[in-house]
Structure formats: structure tokens, C-alpha cells
Design a protein around this ligand. Structure first.
Ligand code: 5GP
Length: 216
């Protein structure tokens, strides 16, 4: 039998896991729990021009930047995608994503349907998209109110916007109805596991199988 180091083993290319949902469907909680549970996936930290909410940390939840800086980054082509949401700009810086994927790590994106569409238009085969739906309108509104991070008029605007956002569900590969976080997390982890095992994402399988067949 040969030394382990000589046996070819399959390597995996990183994938881009996109989560979209209307605000209040539980996407942030779900992504946080996925990140805590799985060290092989990292969050893509977006840039935004919106105000920081209580509890949010610059450089952790978002890079909070002003509109002029956002425009500069946009002009320099530093965003993989960007969109205007609720009167503010949001964008995904490209270089951290490229670095993570090249190193075989996965990236999690909390972006809206506009950003997802832009990534899809790039024809990337490393893209896996998941849409999170609330179990009911009542539930969605309740979550937006109890979150208490936004003023009542913003909550009303977000409810109106939710209907728009939800109309894009059919553009996603997977849909999860978030009745409870624990179940949704299991479902999300199952999607990630299955996508990681896709044949075309596992480099070096041919050499690996050849070695097995040759008894190496
Ligand atoms: P929030 O202001 O509540 O954090 O986010 C508002 C919306 O903007 C959410 O739907 C969120 O997914 C989306 N969003 C956050 N970052 C980005 C981004 O970099 N690009 C795009 N297209 N949407 C984003």
C-alpha cells in the first residue's frame, strides 16, 4: 500500500450560497446560525450607505460607508453586484469573494433579488440561490414590529416592499418556508451539503477513482 500523501484526493471548489427574503422572514437569524454551525462558509460583508442599526458592528454586519465612497468603489469596478434598496445603496465587494472561492471556501450572501439576478447574469456555475418565505403575512409584520429596530413608517414601507420582493421567489433554486428556525436551519444545511457533493464541484475525482481502481 502506498503512502497517504501519494493518494490523490478530490478537492472542492467553493460555492456562492445566496439567501434572499423580504425583511423580517428570519434570514439574518438563519444566516447567523449557519455561520456558527459551519466553519467552511463565511459571510460576504456588503457595503451599505444606510445608517447603522443598534447592535450592528461596522466591518462585521456591513461596511458602513458614505455615498461618495460607494460611488468611488462602483466606478473602480470593486462590486460584484450592487443595488439600491429602501433609498440606500448596497454592494458586494468582489475581492474577498474571489479569495475565499479560490481557497476552496464557500461564501454566504445576504442580498436582495436584484443582486441575485446580477450574479445569475454573470452565468456563474458556483451559484446556489435560496429564497426564504415567512409562514404568513401576519407573522412577517409581527417580526418587523418586535424587531423594533425601525420606525413605524419604515415598517409600513418594508411590508409594502415585502410583497414586491416575494414576487421573485420563482427565480431561486430552493425555497424554504421559515416556520421555525431550527427546521429551516436543517433544511438550509441539507441544501449546502448536497450542493457541496455535486460531482462537478469536486475536482480531482477522476484521479481519485483511478487510484481506487488501481488499488493505490
Ligand atoms: P437591511 O438594510 O435590512 O440590512 O437590508 C435590506 C435588504 O438589502 C435585504 O434584503 C438585504 O438582503 C439586502 N442587501 C444587503 N446587502 C446587499 C448587497 O450587498 N447587495 C444587494 N443587492 N442587496 C443587499
Amino acid at each position: 500500500m502506498s503512502n497517504d500523501a501519494e493518494v490523490p484526493s478530490p478537492h472542492r471548489r467553493g460555492l456562492m450560497l445566496v439567501l434572499s427574503s423580504p425583511s423580517g422572514a428570519g434570514k439574518t437569524t438563519l444566516s447567523r446560525q449557519l455561520l456558527e454551525n459551519d466553519s467552511r462558509i463565511k459571510l460576504s460583508i456588503s457595503c451599505t450607505t444606510r445608517e447603522r442599526r443598534p447592535g450592528e458592528v461596522d466591518g462585521v454586519d456591513y461596511h458602513f460607508i458614505d455615498t461618495a465612497s460607494f460611488r468611488d468603489m462602483l466606478e473602480r469596478g470593486e462590486f460584484l453586484e450592487h443595488a439600491r434598496v429602501f433609498d440606500h445603496y448596497y454592494g458586494t465587494p468582489g475581492s474577498p469573494v474571489a479569495e475565499a472561492l479560490d481557497a476552496g471556501g464557500d461564501m454566504l450572501f445576504d442580498i436582495d433579488w436584484q443582486g441575485t439576478q446580477q450574479l445569475k447574469e454573470k452565468g456563474r456555475d458556483d451559484l446556489v440561490t435560496v429564497f426564504i418565505l415567512p409562514p404568513s403575512t401576519h407573522d412577517l409584520e409581527k417580526r418587523l414590529i418586535t424587531r423594533a429596530q425601525d420606525s413605524p413608517d419604515i415598517v409600513a414601507r418594508r411590508m409594502a416592499k415585502a410583497a414586491d420582493e416575494m414576487s421573485h421567489w420563482a427565480e431561486y433554486d430552493y425555497v424554504i418556508i421559515n416556520r421555525d428556525i431550527a427546521t429551516s436551519l436543517i433544511q438550509l444545511k441539507s441544501i449546502l451539503t448536497a450542493e457541496r457533493l455535486k460531482r462537478e464541484r469536486q475536482y480531482g475525482l477522476a484521479d481519485f477513482v483511478m487510484a481506487l481502481r488501481e488499488g493505490r
